[in-house]
Write a protein that binds this ligand. Structure first.
Ligand code: GAF
Length: 376
């Protein structure tokens, strides 16, 4: 693994980090102005950086060969590709937003499993943003940094993502889940300590290759926007749960109807989960996880066989609830389990995967961790 001095021939000015996330519940609700409930992971992107004043950015990774260079003036959406598009997008959006950031050398290191749906891209954007701002001693509200990261991903990288992942990476706190209301742009920290109740949150990476994830994500978002337009509301958040049947009756297409049903019921499940967590009834959140998965499998159609087998097996092995987490089409499941049953649930999933001929899954510790910060 290369050090900063080896790559750039100079000492760094500082080190910044931004974490990945798992979402406890509230999937594909963020771009519908809805509610989400992510926690930040201990796994994070770490950016070591030094300032330079020639308007040039040089970015390198501890695990890939080579240095990618670009000048701030020449940046246009899409002008830098592959993983370096994310640091380039961060520099571009800061320029667009009028921040004076000069140039920088950036070395990126990460222990967020890649391609596992744990939000490594949002973490890379957020870590680069806090590093570039930190190098210039520019203070920006964390929620505003999250919005900048989202704009960079939407406009520079070209991915039509919502605001959940960036907010999780910037605003989560240790020991809490972030209850984020996108319409109101308000956040609330909900204490989340499964171990205190004798429970565990098992995260299982199902190692499924992402299948058409980008195109399918954009298609789901488009269906939701079309449905909102048909219903004459700014976003599906405006459809009340108690009036869901009326709204569904006004939609012509059965597929769109099912998409809407997922979003509206999922927003209600987030509210219910938060209410139970606030009341100290974490065990009862399990069935909401499972209901969320069924809704994503049958109505939103974003699961793949590996996710469904992992969820069904975890439940059969004693999990209190389980669901896929993140954008879908691969990635991870989360399962709420009795602490004493964690090993048995994971072993059951490993066995089922072997029987199905799937790639062996891996598990991950999901302690609710703090959001982005300066490390040194
Ligand atoms: C991805 C997106 F980036 C988020 O904005 C969110 O929509 C999520 O999928 C699904 O809940 O992580």
């Amino acid at each position: 693994m290369s050090t900063f001095v080896e790559v750039f021939g100079t000492e760094p000015d500082g080190v910044w980090q931004a974490p990945g996330r798992v979402n406890l519940i509230g999937e594909h609700t963020d771009y519908n102005d809805g509610l989400v409930l992510p926690i930040a992971l201990p796994n994070r992107m770490v950016v070591t950086a030094s300032a330079r004043d020639d308007g040039t950015f040089a970015v390198a990774s501890t695990v890939l060969d080579g240095v990618v260079e670009f000048s701030l003036d020449s940046l246009q959406p899409g002008s830098v590709e592959d993983w370096a598009a994310y640091p380039a997008g961060a520099a571009w959006i800061l320029r667009e937003a009028g921040y004076e950031i000069g140039g920088a050398n950036l070395l990126v290191d990460s222990d967020i499993p890649f391609g596992a749906g744990l939000s490594s891209s949002a973490a890379l954007l957020c870590a680069t943003l806090v590093a570039l701002l930190g190098l210039r001693d520019i203070e920006v509200d964390p929620a505003e940094v999250a919005r900048l990261a989202q704009r960079a991903e939407n406009q520079y990288v070209g991915a039509p993502v919502g605001l959940m992942d960036q907010m999780a990476s910037m605003c989560c706190t240790e020991g809490h889940a972030l209850y984020f209301d996108i319409r109101a742009m308000t956040t609330d920290q909900i204490p989340f300590d499964p171990a205190a109740d004798g429970l565990g949150l098992l995260v299982i990476d199902v190692k499924a290759p992402h299948r058409h994830a980008d195109g399918e994500y954009a298609a789901r978002r488009q269906s939701c926007e079309e449905a909102a337009a048909q219903l004459g509301v700014p976003a599906l958040r405006a459809v009340e749960f108690d009036r869901l049947d009326d709204a569904l009756a006004r939609l012509s297409d059965d597929v769109v109807r099912r998409r809407v049903r997922h979003v509206v019921t999922e927003i209600r499940r987030v509210e219910d989960a938060v209410e139970l967590m606030r009341a100290g009834r974490l065990r009862e959140v399990g069935p909401l996880f499972t209901g969320s998965h069924v809704s994503m499998r049958d109505d939103f159609e974003i699961t793949v066989p590996e996710l469904d087998v992992a969820v069904d097996t975890a439940l059969a092995a004693g999990a209190l609830g389980a669901r896929m987490t993140g954008g879908g089409f691969g990635g991870c499941i989360i399962a709420l389990v009795e602490e004493t049953a964690e090993d048995q649930v994971f072993a059951a999933v490993e066995k089922a995967f072997a029987e199905h001929g799937f790639t062996p899954p891996t598990s991950l510790a999901a302690t609710p961790s703090p959001g982005a910060s300066r490390l040194s």
